[in-house]
Design a protein around this ligand. Structure first.
Ligand SMILES: Cc1cc2nc3c(=O)[nH]c(=O)nc-3n(C[C@H](O)[C@H](O)[C@H](O)COP(=O)(O)OP(=O)(O)OC[C@H]3O[C@@H](n4cnc5c(N)ncnc54)[C@H](O)[C@@H]3O)c2cc1C
Length: 408
């Protein structure tokens, strides 16, 4: 039995590891093994896009354990803040939240009740309600404009208004279990590239799947397979196969991230600062989460989202470096303190959870015999695509294939 896995992101790698005991598995990868979770190395390795994990990420934590990396896992409360008009407000303790001047006490109370209630709500009923209308109707114009709108724009770029209210309710519900002092986040000390490396050692990887064809079974780059597991972004799938497989047309967003190595940090001690009115929507200071000594310099991400056709995604790297450095200088990071800056882009960095998205979540088994889908549009990746979601999707699709092909 021969199985082709298209894409060596975490979904593809975990599907391949789960299947290789039962079949001859070949993984095809077009760019970087690890996909969106791949790293940039320069004496040390750091993820191209900021990454952390959560206590509830069972599939990811189990993979880390199985690959002998548990001792590297560090849990810390990461401090967060909000920057408005260039001024940074820490928002971690109830006291800091109460002191925050850009929201009335009544709105703070309304937000707290909304957050607590969201845990018990059936969000699916709001899948056809737009996020802007949903917030306006339930929480009012002020909370919409002063609190949610900058966050939505930072998260979805210009596509924010297409997002469904169900997504917001589901997202608030999973993220609302915070401790008094903030939420604990996890990280593999010295980088998630160690996880990717250990996964890649266990599978056979070839270059891009340039051609996928249906014949008696499947043919990838001229080689015959009994089944294909497609884990790459859906817009890259041949349109004829997508339609025949009954896979919906999912809209994606793009990510643009500047990563800076610097002599100084931007905030005093915050890991994550949401920012209004800048080219980036968040400043993520990795070295306020992991020890500075691991890198010998501060590592700062400036994160933005765009549509694949948006100007931000399509702007040149030099122009972007200039614009990101200009905006971060408003927070005091001067040019002389910047050791280096890199721009990382991902055209398909996650689905837009638009109205009606719940019907677009892709089942593992498609209408085409022997053609399976797993990855960012699979169920474990709703309401937030994540390393955990993709590993879980990879493991789950492997179970479906094993049962379909009688491999158990
Ligand atoms: C900015 C950003 C921040 C993030 N932060 C976090 C975080 O803090 N915590 C967290 O858990 N998750 C985070 N994520 C999400 C996480 O990285 C992804 O959800 C996960 O890595 C996706 O894995 P995947 O295998 O499903 O998809 P991908 O990583 O997209 O893998 C798909 C792979 O398919 C390859 N491919 C495409 N076409 C072909 C082809 N024709 N042939 C062969 N290969 C092909 C691609 O090159 C890619 O490597 C973040 C993502 C981004 C963009």
């Amino acid at each position: 039995m021969k199985i082709a896995v298209v894409g060596a992101g975490l979904a593809g790698l975990s599907a391949a590891i789960a299947l290789k005991e039962y079949a001859n598995v070949v993984v095809f990868e077009k760019e970087s093994v690890g996909g969106l979770a791949s790293s940039y190395c320069r004496g040390y390795c750091i993820e191209k896009f900021y990454h952390h994990c959560f206590r509830g990420d069972a599939a990811l934590l189990e993979m880390i354990r199985k690959l002998g990396l548990s001792s590297k896992l560090i849990w810390k409360v990461a401090k967060i803040g909000y920057a408005i008009g260039g001024k940074i407000y820490p928002l971690n303790t109830p006291f800091e939240i109460l002191r925050y001047p850009h929201m009335s006490l009544a709105d703070k109370a309304r937000l707290a009740i909304f957050t607590i209630r969201s845990r018990k709500r059936d969000y699916t009923k709001a899948d056809n309600v737009g996020v802007v209308d949903g917030i306006r109707n339930e929480l009012g114009e002020r909370l919409l404009n002063n609190f949610f709108m900058p966050l939505l724009k930072a998260k979805f770029g210009e596509s924010y208004s297409e997002v469904s209210y169900a997504w917001l309710l589901a997202r608030v519900s999973i993220r609302s279990n915070r401790k008094y002092s903030g939420e604990e986040l996890g990280y593999l000390r010295h980088g998630f590239h160690q996880l990717v490396e250990r996964m890649r050692e266990r599978v056979e990887i070839r270059s891009k799947a340039a051609k996928i064809e249906k014949s008696a079974g499947w043919v990838v780059n001229g080689e015959r397979f009994d089944a294909v597991v497609y884990t790459a972004p859906l817009p890259l799938l041949d349109e004829k196969i997508r339609r025949a497989a009954g896979i919906p047309d999912v809209k994606y967003q793009s990510s643009v991230c500047a990563l800076i190595g610097a002599k100084e940090s931007v905030t005093e001690d915050l890991y994550w600062t949401n920012v209004d009115s800048c080219i980036f929507g968040a400043i993520i200071e990795h070295t306020h989460f992991m020890p500075f000594e691991d890198y010998g310099e501060h590592l700062i991400y400036l994160a933005s989202y765009s549509s694949p056709s948006g100007w931000l995604f399509n702007a040149g790297s030099n122009e972007l470096k200039r614009l990101y450095l200009k905006d971060v200088a408003r927070f005091g990071l001067k040019g002389k303190d910047v050791n280096w800056i890199e721009i990382f882009k991902a055209r398909y960095s996650g689905p837009i959870y638009e109205k009606g998205y719940l019907n677009k979540i892709t089942p593992y088994k498609t209408a085409l015999k022997g053609f399976y889908i797993a990855g960012m549009t699979s169920k474990p990746n709703y309401p937030e695509r994540s390393m955990n979601g993709s590993i879980k999707a990879g493991m789950e699709v492997a179970e479906v294939i094993k049962s379909d092909l009688g491999l158990v």
